[in-house]
Write a protein that binds this ligand. Structure first.
Ligand code: PXL
Length: 277
């Protein structure tokens, strides 16, 4: 059985990070090992959330895994809360990287032109260094602009602009960069990717839905990581991850009593499992 290690926080309520990654990666029939970086009562879009930093446990956990000769088919990092955690992840990448496994970094820190609470440009610069040590990175346009020090452009850009960003992102050091939230036409939204080794681009778009939910990036990245782990290949994995995210948002919109903070991705597991058969 394939085994993915995912490193991110536990937001106890909020439908993001580990409470999303664990069930989704498991649905791919892949073992999900976790390294929780912090425990929050909710994600940071709620007012008054609690925060327990778990950074001081990370080194000992890693050392135990090394002693036990545990290995991983993939390492996937999401929301990380400090410079020290970025450093520790970098060490974990070095210690657990093998020829045939892959490291996926989702540089979760910003959206819609703004950094999330608690992050600054210095953090984005250090996240860019971690991205350089990954095989695949999945920033949205805001995260890419902070990491590359380019102005954030919300709309009206063309394909050359996106291709240029992608090349600059792979110049950070990773093999493949995937930009999320790309849109050339008002009613379409999707992903655009570039592979530095083959110099090939690939894009996949779906209809733009008239809503915006928290945690959709985590759903997308978890599904992408799961699909890659079961060897679906980059193009098919991107389609699976985009389609699963879109279907989950649609199901949520269909429920008039859905909450404001998260997507009902659990209802879409039958779709996902059928899709990856
Ligand atoms: O969905 C990304 C995410 C993960 N974890 C925490 C967050 C966020 C986004 O705001 O606050 C704690």
């Amino acid at each position: 059985m394939k085994r993915i290690l995912t490193i991110q926080d536990i937001s106890c309520v909020g439908k993001c990070s580990l409470t999303v990654a664990l069930p989704i990666i498991s649905a791919f029939g892949v073992e999900t090992s976790v390294l929780p970086t912090a425990v929050l009562s909710t994600h940071t879009m709620f007012k008054g959330f609690t925060f327990r930093d778990l950074t001081c446990d990370i080194e000992d956990i890693e050392k135990h895994w090394l002693d036990q000769k545990i290995d991983f088919d993939s390492i996937y990092t999401g929301y990380l809360g400090s410079f020290e955690q970025l450093e520790l992840c970098s060490k974990i990448f070095k210690d657990f990287k093998k020829k045939d496994n892959f490291i996926l970094v989702d540089p979760v820190m910003a959206d819609n032109g703004k950094l999330y609470p608690g992050f600054d440009q210095n953090f984005a610069d250090n996240m860019a260094v971690l991205c350089g040590k990954a095989d695949i990175i999945v920033p949205n346009l805001t995260e890419a602009s902070f990491m590359l020090h380019t102005p954030y452009i919300a709309e009206g850009y063309d394909e050359d602009y996106i291709k240029d960003l992608l090349v600059k992102l792979t110049d950070l050091g990773c093999n493949k960069a995937i930009l999320t939230g790309v849109s050339f036409e008002k009613d379409k939204l999707g992903v655009y990717t570039y592979d530095k080794n083959t110099k090939e681009y690939f894009s996949y778009f779906r209809e733009r839905l008239p809503v915006s939910f928290h945690g959709t990036g985590d759903i997308f990245s978890s599904a992408l990581c799961g699909a890659l782990a079961i060897d679906k290949g980059i193009e098919e994995s991107l389609k699976i991850a985009v389609d699963y995210t879109v279907e989950s948002i649609k199901v949520t919109m269909d429920n008039p009593e859905h909450n404001w903070y998260g997507v009902e991705f659990e209802k879409t597991f039958p779709y996902l499992i059928d899709r990856i058969k």
